[in-house]
Design a protein around this ligand. Structure first.
Ligand code: KG4
Ligand code: ZN
Length: 459
């Protein structure tokens, strides 16, 4: 791997370490180290393998112990030619008056300069943002160029790692992110044909998700941004699912409704503008994806369950089983899927061994019930708000039956449904890179301290 630190020394690296943050994580020219403070004791060791793997190679450690409340504004902190001096000595913020000198501007593969002559506190016309996704069982790294679109999209799925356990094992997920993230970064940079200096910012998923898995991407992303001297932004995973639709040609105009259906969330939102999100309804128990996974397990389909259950359902016959559509007979836009799982469990108990057709019939009835529940609430939300544009995103929106039924509903009501392509419905780095672009171009960036949020409301 090339010297991704871009700092001149292959073994110089950094630990972004915040007094209140509690979890320092480092990037070392291809190696990762964890340093777990005492007060993080209950989770200490969840990345133990990383430290052991790296210790033989360490030549030098550079620790930064960052105090919050320093005098440099977060907008001006990055890209400043006086960054180190400013930060270390606490010289007052430039308050947006400085302009990047020619020598510090980025140069692309074809020699074009990004953001030439711009003031670094202002909106940047062309940007390349690296996005890092590690919230659950996919390691994703992508690079989005605001003018050229996606330059790279690398993904590693941990499906095979977790299959033997019938679901995601958080500890294994964290460790595998550690193993994969650096090679994936190299692969993404190679795919895009970019040198480190050509990336204008780093975005990482900061939540919601598995804490250990999130910390890998957050620590890596924040440290990388520091080493590259570019801004970093913490991205909300569900907001990224929502904005993934903007990676497509067909994008909705504001306002629109969004149905976000993933393994951990089922939410209906009203989107009035970028960042202006109102939660209209959500699942009170299991998420739709969770119901898919649990039902797939009951039917012996293993992990990952959703796509397998969906495929089995295609062989099922309509009308052989009927499962409840919880919460559709009362007002409101919330969902519930745990009762449905119980009804399926009872039906599965009655199945005779080897009756494949009956299993497919159960799968068909289950998918029908989930899709009906989602559709009823979408139609209700459209009526209630008068908005007839709907975005469907998140892993379950890759489901063929759901897409067909939503398209049918839109055709009937004169509305329109927009989706990301299936590989951008499930977890990926591209949606993080794109969301990072939206945030960084709006002037957002994170201080050097970073955090991860297992729970994090989107609105
Ligand atoms: O968005 P996602 O990739 O990860 C989370 O943010 O949770 O969603 C994963 C969920 C899993 O529950 C998976 O079973 C489900 O999406 N899923 C599907 C399909 N593809 C993925 N469910 C039904 N049909 C599919 N084709
Ligand atoms: Zn997701």
């Amino acid at each position: 791997m090339s010297d991704l630190s871009g700092a001149g020394s292959t073994l110089a690296f950094l630990v972004a370490f915040d007094r209140s943050g509690g979890f320092p994580f480092s990037h070392l020219g291809g190696f990762f180290i964890e340093f777990t403070p005492v007060y993080f004791s209950q989770d200490a060791g969840f990345l133990t393998g990383a430290f052991e793997a790296a210790q033989g190679e360490i030549e030098r450690f550079v620790f930064f112990y960052f105090y919050t409340g320093h005098r440099v504004c977060s907008s001006c902190l990055f890209r400043s030619p006086r960054f180190n001096q400013t930060f270390m000595s606490g010289v007052p913020c430039c308050k947006g008056r400085e302009t990047l000198p020619e020598t510090t501007q980025n140069t692309s593969r074809n020699g074009a300069r990004a953001g030439a002559g711009r003031n670094y506190c202002c909106t940047i016309p062309q940007m390349r943002i690296l996005g890092i996704e590690t919230s659950c069982d996919e390691t994703g790294i992508a690079i989005y160029d605001s003018q050229l679109g996606l330059l790279a999209n690398q993904l590693h799925s941990q499906a095979r790692l977790h299959e033997a356990y019938g679901g995601v094992v958080p500890e294994l997920a964290s460790r595998d992110h550690v193993r994969r993230i650096t090679p994936l970064l190299s692969a993404a940079m190679d795919e895009a044909g970019l040198e480190p200096g050509a990336v204008d910012g780093v975005a990482y998923t900061a939540g919601p998700g598995l804490i250990g898995a999130l910390l890998v991407g957050a620590g890596f992303g924040r440290s990388l941004a520091y080493a590259w001297d570019v801004p970093a932004v913490a991205v909300h995973h569900m907001e990224a699912h929502l904005l993934a639709v903007n990676l497509e040609e067909e994008r909705p105009e504001y306002p629109f409704l969004a149905l976000l259906v993933s393994g951990g969330h089922t939410q209906l939102l009203e989107i009035r503008a970028a960042g202006d999100y109102t939660l209209l309804g959500e699942s009170l128990d299991d998420a739709a994806g969770e119901a898919f996974d649990k039902t797939a397990k009951l039917l012996g389909l293993g992990y990952p369950g959703g796509p397998r259950l969906s495929a089995l359902a295609e062989h099922g016959r309509a009308g052989k089983y009927s499962f409840p559509r919880p919460m559709t007979d009362r007002p409101g836009l919330d969902f519930s899927f745990s009762g449905l799982k119980t009804a399926v469990a009872l039906a599965v108990k009655e199945l005779e061994d080897g009756d494949e057709q009956a299993r497919a019939d159960v799968a068909h009835a289950f998918v029908d019930a989930v899709v009906d529940s989602l559709l009823i609430k979408c139609a209700r939300a459209m009526k209630q708000t008068g908005i007839n544009r709907l975005v469907a995103s998140g892993g379950v929106s890759a489901n063929k039956q759901l897409r067909e039924r939503l398209a049918g509903m839109a055709a009937e009501t004169g509305g329109r449904v927009f989706y990301p392509r299936p590989e951008f419905c499930t977890d990926n780095g591209a949606m993080i890179a794109y969301t990072g672009y939206v945030k960084i171009s709006a002037g957002e960036n994170q201080p050097l301290a970073f955090a991860a949020y297992p729970r994090w409301p989107i609105s």
